[in-house]
Design a protein around this ligand. Structure first.
Ligand SMILES: [Fe+2]
Ligand SMILES: [Fe+2]
Length: 274
C-alpha cells in the first residue's frame, strides 16, 4: 500500500469505522467512591478544561465533516465528531454523578475556517493524548483512580488514540493528494497551528486559558503533581512513551503512527537526569 493512495485512504477510514466502540454514556454505572477517592477526583483541576475541550472538538470536527464530498472520509470524520460529543456526554455524567461543580460553559460556535479547526483539533489531540496516556496509567498504578473508574474511562482514552492515528494518516494523505502548488500554503498553516498550540499550552500552564480567562490554574503542573503521584517527571514521561506505543500497537502496521510527541519525549528523556 502506498501512503497517499486511495487504498491508504480506505484503510485509515476503515480503521476508524471498524474499531468504533458502541458504548452508551447513559447506561454507565458510576461506581460509588470512598470519601478519600471522591475528594481526590473532585479536586482535580481538569474538569472545566476537559468538558470544554470535548465540546469544542465535536463542533470543529463535525463542521469539517460537513464540507466533505468523499462519502467514506465524511462518514469516518462524522464518527470522530460523534465520539467527541460522546466524550463530553460521559464527562457531564461523571461530573453530575460525583457532584463536581463546573464553571458556566461557553458557547461552542461553528468555526469559520473548518479545515483549520479540524487540523487544530487533530494536532492538539496529538499532544494532549500523549500525556493523557501516561497520566491515566499512572493514576491507575498509584491507585489515585479506583479500578472501577479506570475501566469506565478506558474506552475514552483508546478513542483518542484512534483519533490521532486517523488524523496523522489523514493529514499525510491529504498533503500527498493536493496539487503541489498548494503545499507551501498548507505547510504554513500547519506551522501556524503548532505555534498557537505551544502558545496556548504555555498560557494554560500559567493558569490562563486560550481565551485569556484564568481558570483551572496550573493545569499540567497540578495534574502531574497530583495524578503522577510517586513518579518524577522523567518517569512520567517515560511512561507516556511506553503507553503511547502500547495504545498504537493493535492497528495495522501499514498505517502511519503519530511520531512527533514520542520523538520529542525520547529526546527530552536523554537530557533529563535519572
Ligand atoms: Fe475527546
Ligand atoms: Fe478525539
Amino acid at each position: 500500500m502506498r501512503i497517499g493512495s486511495e487504498d491508504h485512504k480506505q484503510m485509515f477510514c476503515r480503521m476508524l469505522l471498524e474499531t468504533h466502540n458502541p458504548y452508551k454514556p447513559a447506561v454507565i454505572n458510576w461506581p460509588p467512591l470512598a470519601p478519600d477517592a471522591l475528594k481526590r477526583l473532585t479536586s482535580l483541576p481538569i474538569w472545566d478544561i476537559a468538558v470544554q475541550t470535548e465540546g469544542r472538538a465535536s463542533i470543529r470536527v463535525a463542521t469539517y465533516a460537513a464540507t466533505l464530498q468523499d462519502p467514506l472520509l465524511r462518514e469516518a470524520i462524522e464518527m470522530d465528531a460523534a465520539e467527541e460529543a460522546r466524550h463530553k456526554h460521559v464527562l457531564s455524567r461523571l461530573v453530575a454523578a460525583y457532584g463536581i461543580e463546573l464553571a458556566p460553559e461557553p458557547e461552542y460556535p461553528a468555526p469559520r475556517d473548518p479545515e483549520w479547526a479540524w487540523m487544530f483539533t487533530g494536532y492538539s489531540e496529538c499532544i494532549d493524548s500523549f500525556f493523557a496516556f501516561g497520566l491515566f496509567r499512572s493514576a491507575q498504578q498509584s491507585g489515585y483512580f479506583p479500578e472501577a473508574l479506570v475501566e469506565t474511562f478506558e474506552p475514552v482514552i483508546q478513542e483518542e488514540a484512534r483519533h490521532i492515528l486517523f488524523f496523522i494518516n489523514w493529514v499525510t494523505w491529504y498533503r500527498r493528494t493536493m496539487p503541489w502548488w498548494r503545499r507551501p500554503w498548507h505547510s504554513l498553516r500547519v506551522a501556524a497551528i503548532w505555534a498557537k498550540l505551544v502558545w496556548d499550552r504555555i498560557a494554560i500552564a500559567k493558569g490562563i486559558d486560550a481565551d485569556g480567562v484564568a481558570h483551572d490554574s496550573n493545569f499540567l503542573a497540578a495534574n502531574s503533581a497530583t495524578i503522577g503521584d510517586g513518579l518524577n517527571a522523567r518517569q512520567l514521561l517515560a511512561l507516556c512513551v511506553v503507553e503511547n506505543e502500547q495504545r498504537m500497537s493493535g492497528y495495522d502496521a501499514r498505517l502511519l503512527r503519530p511520531l512527533m510527541m514520542p520523538r520529542l519525549a525520547r529526546l527530552a528523556l536523554r537530557f533529563m537526569k535519572k
